[in-house]
Design a protein around this ligand. Structure first.
Ligand SMILES: C[S@@+](CC[C@H](N)C(=O)[O-])C[C@H]1O[C@@H](n2cnc3c(N)ncnc32)[C@H](O)[C@@H]1O
Length: 236
């Protein structure tokens, strides 16, 4: 999942589908500053091509990203000078310093495959927060809100490319399994590829209990981020 062909069109497809990374980053920055008005450093975990990071860099003095997919990291690194984007695993990374804010957006946390992995990941997040720091997690769908058999499709025309994307997602035990097919038309010809994404369907309560286990008290904001909601937690 999250291979080279997807990394190459990631920004275009999301922009074409109307996802507004700058507006999302501004919303998240407001959530952070309500709780930590002087926050000046931020790290975005599972940052993919760095689309939120570019916007966060306009709102915070210092930003960094962590991402496990090498092709995503390669695309993200082209957007920044210096060592901003780190290849790493959200379950066990060590940047050797703390940040005033940490974000994990667009359901990426769902790629932890068990409650034990969720705990390791949140503990790792908490270790990277300075005292008074704020964590914002835009979770994957909850077990109770996921739509089994959800299908979607878009055709986007951007920057000389036409991309058709169709997706199908099912519940497989305590996970969602989403298959996405992409057909990309370029002046040179048409290519096709598919990716499959497995994500854990934790309940809201499972998330809340996991935050508590790592010593964070999280508030949940329902309805935001396309309906998935957001958890906002502060480290005291
Ligand atoms: C749905 S995408 C979201 C990316 C980005 N946050 C955004 O809002 O566009 C999920 C991302 O999580 C990354 N990812 C999955 N497992 C990871 C892990 N264990 N550590 C770090 N990144 C991971 C994937 O490679 C992918 O880029």
């Amino acid at each position: 999942m999250y291979g080279r062909e997807f990394a190459e069109i990631y920004d275009l497809i999301h922009r074409g589908r109307g996802k507004d990374y700058h507006a999302e980053a501004a919303f998240v920055a407001d959530l952070i500053r309500e709780r930590a008005p002087h926050a000046r450093s931020l790290v975005d975990i599972a940052c993919a091509t760095g689309a939120h990071l570019v916007a966060f860099a306009e709102l915070f003095d210092e930003v960094a990203g962590v991402e496990i997919s090498e092709p995503m990291v390669q695309v993200a690194r082209k957007k920044f000078d210096g060592e901003v984007v780190h290849l790493g695993d959200m379950r066990a990374f060590d940047l050797g310093r703390g940040f005033d804010a940490l974000t994990c957006m667009f359901g990426s946390i769902g790629h932890t495959m068990s409650e034990a992995e969720l705990d390791e990941t949140l503990a790792c997040f908490a270790r990277h927060l300075n005292p008074g720091g704020v964590l914002v997690v835009d979770p994957w769908w909850f077990a109770e809100t996921f739509t089994d058999g959800y299908i979607a499709g878009d055709v986007v025309e951007v920057e000389g490319l036409t991309v058709a994307r169709v997706s199908h997602a099912i519940r497989a035990g305590d996970k969602s399994r989403m298959e996405v097919h992409y057909t990309v038309a370029r002046p040179e010809g048409i290519t096709h590829f598919a990716e499959t994404y497995l994500a854990s369907l934790y309940s809201r309560q499972q998330y809340e209990e996991a935050f508590t286990r790592v010593g964070l008290r999280a508030d949940y904001l329902p309805g935001v981020q396309n309906g998935r909601g957001a958890f906002v937690a502060a480290k005291h």
